[in-house]
Design a protein around this ligand. Structure first.
Ligand code: S3P
Length: 446
């Protein structure tokens, strides 16, 4: 499907965002691990979370949906069924990686597979440490499909340094570590999102997070102490709005002159909000109202107004705190005055697309002055998107939405080919933006 985004006049209005994707995945898994009925309000209903619910269904865990309220009939740890057929994770690395840890915890025998792109994304980052724990898992050269066999319990505790900061890998290993014979310690080079740790603590599990120095470098250490008696209680949660979905609206309001929008109850976990810090440093006008904690997760209302932006340098730990936001950040950088340099971000090449090369390619179609670097990119911002044109989603949901946002601040229409992929994480994207005054529509076929 080709979607067309029109140059926009000011965006105005208030939005209640759909629930956070990372929390939706984790809440579904935790509910499946609990014994009994869990209820999760403001669950994100999207392509990737549907894949997760279907996968859990294949292991005997039933759910019902009433609007965006999810009810899950948890079977308890150790009681998941072996699926009758390979579990298909679509394009969702989160599903594959974190489910693998939960399946190992349950002693499930199964195959996990996914889309052509998911088969290209690195799985050795979970397979190697899982094997160190004694989990029988096979992967062809470190890529999906993964074949998981029932482990002998207890698993071996793990002391492991993740080569790349990754909440998916950390979550996989923390879930498996619940069944280990002793404390497991994970060390990461950066502050990956900590939703799993917060949910584990709500289950009474002792998880310690510390920033320590190793060889003169700051690293992030997570220690999990397996409980004497392992069992999860049902969850009763209401999820905050997804900051990564909010990101598209924040940038849209920041770059379309005259805009003012309010995003209610948005998740503001500091491991997720690197984009806010980046935009504020660029001169964006963003305020947080009503800061509060929502089921252990920081949240608040964001008020975003248009403001001229200037270029910035992004590297180091901030990359981890805005790992999903680079496509839309690049749109903001193109609308800023001056040079923006992104470095230390090689990991972007391993996302839903190669987000360095595909992003450069997509933005060049709009005449943005962007140069690819091995670990990032450089944008010479001209204060606006220089041109309209036809560009491509590269089958990446965040690239699709980012290019449609670019169209709002372009001098003429931007058409995005294969744009429908946005439904993977934010199916409401077009209707929400159009309700704020944007005009994004499907190309009319004559
Ligand atoms: C996610 C973690 C991130 C992120 C993904 C969701 C999660 O991946 O890119 O969209 O829910 O744990 P990594 O932590 O592997 O970078």
């Amino acid at each position: 499907m080709k979607l067309i985004s029109q140059p926009s006049t000011s965006l105005q209005g208030t939005v209640h965002l759909p629930g956070d994707k990372s929390l939706s995945h984790r809440a579904a898994i935790f509910a499946a691990l609990a014994q009994g009925s869990s209820r999760i309000e403001n669950f994100q209903l999207s392509g990737v979370t549907k894949v997760m619910l279907d996968a859990l269904g294949n292991m005997g865990i039933g759910h019902t949906l009433d609007g965006t309220t999810l009810s899950v009939q948890g079977k308890g740890i150790g009681h998941w069924d072996n699926p009758a057929a390979p579990i298909h994770c679509g394009g969702s690395a989160t599903t594959m990686r974190i489910l693998a840890g939960a399946m190992a915890l349950n002693g499930v025998t199964a195959t996990l597979d996914g889309s052509a792109r998911l088969r290209q994304r690195p799985m050795d980052r979970i397979v190697d440490p899982m094997r160190q724990m004694g989990i029988p898992v096979e992967a062809a050269n470190g890529f999906a499909p993964l074949h998981l066999n029932k482990s002998a319990f207890p698993l071996k505790s793990l002391h492991y340094s993740l080569p790349v900061a990754s909440a998916q890998v950390k979550t996989c290993l923390l879930l498996a570590a619940l069944a280990a014979d002793d404390t497991s310690i994970l060390v990461e080079p950066g502050p990956s999102r900590d939703h799993t740790e917060r949910l584990l603590r709500q289950q009474g599990i002792v998880v310690e997070s510390e920033i320590i120095q190793v060889n003169g470098h700051r690293v992030y250490q997570t220690a999990l102490h397996p409980p004497q008696r392992l069992g999860f209680s049902p969850l009763h949660l209401s999820l905050p709005g997804d900051f990564s979905s909010a990101a598209f609206l924040i940038v849209a309001a920041a770059i379309v002159p005259g805009s003012q929008i309010i995003l209610r109850n948005t998740g503001l976990n500091p491991t997720r909000t690197g984009l806010l810090d980046a935009l504020l440093a660029m001169g964006a006008d963003i305020r947080i109202l009503d800061p509060h904690t929502n089921n252990g997760e920081p949240a608040g209302d964001l008020v975003v107004r248009y403001s001229p932006l200037k270029g910035i340098d992004i590297g180091g730990e901030q990359v981890v705190r805005m790992i999903d936001e680079f496509p839309v950040f690049a749109v903001a950088a193109a609308c800023a005055e001056g040079k923006t340099t992104v470095y230390d971000s090689l990991e972007l090449r391993h996302k839903e697309s190669d987000r360095i090369s595909c992003l450069c390619n997509a933005l060049r179609n709009l005449n943005v002055d962007i140069t690819e670097r091995p670990d990032g990119f450089v944008i010479n911002g001209q204060g606006r998107i220089p041109g309209g044109g036809v560009t491509n989603s590269h089958h990446d949901h965040r690239l699709s939405m980012s290019m449609l946002v670019a169209g709002l601040a372009a001098p003429s229409t931007v058409a995005v080919q294969d744009a429908e992929v946005f439904t993977q994480s934010f199916p409401e994207f077009v209707s929400v933006l159009n309700a704020l005054g944007a005009e994004i529509r499907q190309e009319e076929i004559r």
